[in-house]
Write a protein that binds this ligand. Structure first.
Ligand SMILES: Cc1cc2nc3c(=O)[nH]c(=O)nc-3n(C[C@H](O)[C@H](O)[C@H](O)COP(=O)(O)OP(=O)(O)OC[C@H]3O[C@@H](n4cnc5c(N)ncnc54)[C@H](O)[C@@H]3O)c2cc1C
Ligand SMILES: *[C@@H]1O[C@H](CO)[C@@H](O)[C@H](O)[C@H]1NC(C)=O
Length: 534
């Protein structure tokens, strides 16, 4: 039993699971949340509140419920695969209630400073000052988990657009966008073809006179609904496919991916064909974008050359006048202004953190950042694994390597990303979902042992290898093992197929037998490769 105290800053998706992980490890959590409720980004508010993440009314998550849940708390069977933000919120409330997390949260408590204790080099403690209902209160903690999110500060690069000062219409950032109603019959220009830009354009396009969507680079577009109607991440985020991805040359995977995406709609004909190859930048999930483009509701435009008083001129020489509103879907930047200087070092746009969690140069590993990365999958289970690891480091059960080794690991990851991806704002935060989950799990000793599973529980091994790499896989063994994990993994296929209620039986059968054929084939391929290596 330890009596160590931990301050958790933020009660969003990351903060909630951080509280739970502290409780599991017998640490004493105190969570400070600046707003009056849990949920962070996922709690929709009618107004855009400064200092808090902000979403629009229609936002639907782009990761399936199988892949985004916490590892020991499934999302109810009758919830849709891709949940509306209000349902995501309901799930967080259930999680908080089930594990009795609310009692550890101080609401309306904004942390304004986190400083090292004068004896930090001996005790690793922190002094945390929070503004609680307008009054400042200080407290000492043995460790700190920073869970404040990175979709709060709008990146609003006005100055990089010549003539923008002349423009007489309205300029706004995507975080201010809430509903489409007030844009009725307007001509709106959206800048940036990311997830938000595409989503907001489609949402608006049902009521506006015209949407123009300007993109510098184009993008590959994926659909939430994938092969046979299964969710995208369920189909593609499997250990089997991850294994193939490592095995096959990138050129081949690029060809395959681009061909597949172009077969749904030819990206070139739709004006969004990117210069970059499939694997070198995350695609966006924008199911309805091609529908809106083919219906003419959304018109794709290239980069903006300059603004005029009432409109814009694009780089291809075309121009549009009478633009009422311009929405900058240009993303976010982040910082940790409340943390004492020198604790978090920034290197340009890059914050060097060991495994995206620990500042490597601290004398004592008692401060961790949770949720600061950009996976192509769900962030919730990653935050959970990070917190499981960090709490065990706080307790001294796991030792971090030397500063030099940590720096070398950080540099290696940074170089890998720079080589692999085309430049983008948050390139250093990008991780490969399955690989990164496994890496974090290995650190805490909770990565499933596949070889062992094949020998002792082949049915489970089959599902773990070919099925979706769901968070439950990291509760099968090791510290924090959950008895319900095996069953949750074995029943996911049944639950998933229950969704396609209208599928005629013979089609379903054909699909199943084909997929079994693929898997058996995959097994042979796998063994052949293993033999070849031996
Ligand atoms: C439009 C949009 C769509 C997205 N869609 C997806 C998706 O489909 N799937 C996915 O996995 N991710 C998505 N994300 C990413 C999203 O950030 C994560 O899903 C998740 O919300 C991150 O949770 P968090 O707890 O780390 O941060 P947040 O949800 O931002 O929570 C941070 C919490 O910390 C509190 N806080 C901040 N500063 C302080 C302080 N100084 N003191 C006290 N409290 C503080 C805030 O009030 C907030 O409650 C999306 C992001 C955006 C912007
Ligand atoms: C889901 O949306 C978030 C935020 O816009 C993005 O970072 C992430 O890459 C998206 N994931 C997929 C699978 O498109």
């Amino acid at each position: 039993i330890t009596n160590k105290t931990v301050a958790i800053i933020g009660a969003g998706a990351s903060g909630l699971t951080a509280i739970k992980c502290c409780l599991d490890e017998g640490l004493q959590p105190t969570c400070y949340e600046r707003s009056e409720d849990i949920g962070g980004l996922w709690r929709f508010c009618e107004n855009d509140i400064e200092g808090q993440a902000s979403i629009y009314k229609s936002l639907t998550i782009n990761t399936s419920k199988e892949m985004m849940c916490y590892s020991d708390f499934s999302i109810p069977e009758d919830y849709p695969n891709y949940m509306h933000n209000s349902k995501v919120m309901e799930y967080f409330r259930m999680y908080a209630k089930h594990f009795d997390l609310l009692r550890y949260i101080h609401f309306k408590s904004r942390v304004c400073s986190v400083r090292r204790h004068p004896d930090f080099h001996i005790n690793g403690q922190w002094e945390v000052v929070a503004e609680i209902y307008g009054k400042q209160e200080a407290a000492i903690f043995d460790a700190v988990l920073v869970c404040t999110g990175h979709h709060v500060d709008a990146y609003f690069p006005l100055n990089s657009f010549p003539g923008v000062k002349k423009f007489k219409g309205e300029l706004m950032h995507s975080r201010e966008y809430k509903h489409s109603e007030k844009f009725q019959d307007q001509r709106v220009l959206v800048i940036g073809l990311g997830n938000s830009g595409a989503d907001i354009s489609v949402d608006l396009s049902h009521v506006t006179k015209q949407i123009f969507l300007s993109t510098r680079t184009g993008t590959w577009v994926v659909n939430r609904v994938c092969d046979d109607g299964y969710p995208l991440d369920v189909v593609h985020f499997t250990r089997f496919k991850n294994f193939l991805r490592h095995l096959l040359p990138a050129a081949l995977v690029n060809l395959w991916g681009e061909k597949k995406l172009n077969s749904r709609f030819n990206h070139e004909n739709y004006g969004i064909k990117p210069q970059h190859r499939f694997l070198t930048r995350y695609p966006i999930a924008a199911d309805d974008l091609p529908n809106a483009i083919i219906a003419g509701r959304v018109i794709i435009k290239p980069n903006i050359k300059e603004f005029t008083e009432r409109g814009v001129i694009f780089e291809d020489g075309s121009s549009e006048e009478n633009i009422d509103v311009v929405i900058f879907a240009t993303g976010y930047s982040y910082s940790f202004p409340f943390i004492e200087e020198g604790v978090i070092k920034t290197n340009g746009n890059h914050i060097p953190l060991y495994k995206f969690v620990f500042p490597p140069h601290l004398k004592r590993p008692t401060l961790a950042i949770i949720g600061l990365l950009q996976p192509l999958g769900a962030i919730m289970p990653i935050s959970e694994l990070q917190a499981r690891w960090a709490t065990r480091v706080f307790k001294g059960l796991i030792k971090l390597p030397s500063e030099d080794m940590m720096m070398a690991d950080i540099a290696k990851k940074f170089q890998y990303n720079n080589k692999r991806y085309v430049p983008s704002q948050h390139i250093s935060l990008q991780v490969q979902y399955v690989d990164h989950m496994d890496e974090l799990a290995s650190l805490s000793g909770v990565k499933p042992n596949l070889l062992n599973l094949w020998l002792t529980d082949p049915r489970l091994a089959w599902e773990v290898f070919f099925g979706p790499c769901s968070p439950m896989q990291f509760r099968l063994s090791g510290p924090g093992k959950w008895e319900g994990a095996r069953n949750a993994i074995l029943t996911q296929e049944k639950e998933l197929s229950g969704l396609q209620k209208h599928e005629p039986c013979n089609h379903a059968l054909a699909a199943v037998s084909l997929s079994i054929f693929m898997k058996v084939f995959g097994c042979f391929a796998l063994f052949a490769v293993i033999l070849a290596y031996l």
